[in-house]
Design a protein around this ligand. Structure first.
Ligand SMILES: [Zn+2]
Length: 60
């Protein structure tokens, strides 16, 4: 008997927080608990917000 726990969480996709930028679709992981203010790639402060549709005159 090893007494080793088998229910510990290891492996793929465990305890990983990921971010994805709405603007440039850049994906990254963060280690800080605080949410980053800007995307590290495109520097957009709106990386966590979906693109809003401002153009009312958009033709379909
Ligand atoms: Zn970005």
């Amino acid at each position: 008997m090893t007494g080793k726990k088998e229910n510990e969480e290891f492996g793929y996709d465990v305890f990983i927080k990921g971010n994805k930028c709405y603007r440039c679709e850049h994906e990254w992981t963060q280690r800080e608990e605080d949410k980053p203010r800007i995307c590290p790639k495109c520097k957009s402060p709106y990386w966590d917000k979906p693109k809003t549709k401002f153009n009312k005159g958009e033709k379909k």
